[in-house]
Design a protein around this ligand. Structure first.
Ligand SMILES: *[C@@H]1O[C@H](CO)[C@@H](O)[C@H](O)[C@H]1NC(C)=O
Ligand SMILES: *[C@@H]1O[C@H](CO)[C@@H](O)[C@H](O)[C@H]1NC(C)=O
Length: 333
């Protein structure tokens, strides 16, 4: 959409981060919701630092030695469920992940990560407090089972791409027709913190969402969660186009998220903070925007080849890439 690109280039003195991270690994692991469990219930794509581990804890910003993200001090981990195509013959094939537009070429899959302050046009006048070491949170829930509940999550959306630059309309569930340019999933996290807890039993109640549609400014934080943190968001682009000629004759959506959700109501995402030292706070206090924050102004950055080189070992050994009789971990009843 036009405003999106205009906004990205018009303002030079507003603080916001937008950067690519290539795929770190695609495995059945979930150190946040199912710590220590190898394998976890369903498949995730994980990006970010190589301190990622089923039992990870503490300050991972001090433990990582490489990251798949543009900014070399960002050892955070970011993950979401993975998309599959379900053939009418019952077999599943993992949908490849493609890089976003407006990023340097050659990024291996991955996601685009945003830490915005207000929106794309203004950084507002509020102080943004960076996350602290050990901070973690999730957004969305794989058990969400109705369209009404999905609509209520303004930050969790699907976009039917005409091309990689399409941003509207945002849908609360899967597109119901083949999309010419693929499907994008978008996850906006809550940005109001209770000021005390780095995590909570449900991984959500220490945070409060005042997020509105798309990248429009969030509402003010409530007294219970008064601390404004960066507005974190992920965009993931799924190359569904190679399956468009196998769309079922009965018109039903053939795409499914890895926890066996073909509606998309349960779309969710996870975040474990891992910026080194005060690097994220320094960025939030700066007035740089997007690529202008790179090359030490104020954040250290790396090229695509270095991003793509960082990885972690396969800890769950299973086939995820062939035509599969079932989704990984989802045994047929
Ligand atoms: C995680 O920790 C548990 C309990 O200490 C241990 O049994 C398990 O082997 C660890 N998992 C990995 C993958 O290191
Ligand atoms: C289903 O179709 C795909 C694509 O043609 C094929 O590769 C796969 O083996 C088929 N699965 C079964 C069970 O026939």
């Amino acid at each position: 959409m036009k405003w999106y690109h205009l906004a990205a280039f018009a303002a030079s003195s507003q603080a916001a981060l937008r950067f690519g991270c290539s795929t770190l690994t695609i495995q059945r692991l979930d150190p946040l919701v199912e710590p220590g469990q190898t394998p976890s219930a369903h498949l995730h794509q994980i990006i970010g630092g190589n301190a990622f581990h089923p039992n990870m804890s503490g300050d991972i910003g001090e433990k990582g030695t490489c990251t798949t993200c543009t900014f070399t001090e960002d050892f955070s981990n970011y993950w979401t469920a993975v998309m599959f195509f379900k053939h009418t013959n019952g077999s599943y094939k993992r949908v490849p992940i493609m890089q976003n537009t407006a990023l340097p070429n050659g990024i291996n899959g991955g996601m685009t990560v945003y830490y915005t302050q207000q929106d794309f046009n203004s950084n507002g006048n509020q102080k943004i407090t960076a996350f602290k070491p050990g901070f973690r949170m999730t957004v969305g829930n794989p058990t969400t089972d109705s369209l009404d509940k999905a609509k209520g999550h303004a930050g969790l959306r699907f976009v039917c791409l005409a091309d990689k630059g399409t941003r509207f309309p945002e849908l609360p569930d899967f597109p119901t027709k083949p999309c010419k340019g693929g499907i994008m999933t978008v996850h906006h996290f809550p940005s109001c913190w209770d000021g005390k807890n780095l995590d909570s039993p449900d991984h959500q109640s220490h945070m409060y969402s005042t997020t509105k549609e798309a990248f429009s400014p969030a509402g003010p934080c409530p007294a219970s969660h008064p601390v404004r943190m960066p507005q974190l968001a992920y965009e993931t682009l799924w190359d569904t186009t190679q399956f468009n000629n196998m769309w079922p004759k009965d018109g039903s959506n053939p795409f499914v998220l890895s926890y066996n959700d073909n509606k998309g109501y349960g779309t969710h995402a996870d975040y474990v903070f891992g910026w080194k030292g005060d690097s994220l706070q320094r960025a939030m206090d700066n007035s740089c925007m997007f690529q202008a924050c790179e090359n030490g102004k104020p954040l250290k950055s790396q090229n695509v080849a270095a991003m793509n080189k960082c990885s972690v070992e396969k800890m769950v050994k299973e086939d995820i890439d062939s035509w599969l009789p079932e989704l990984p971990g989802m045994k047929m009843q």
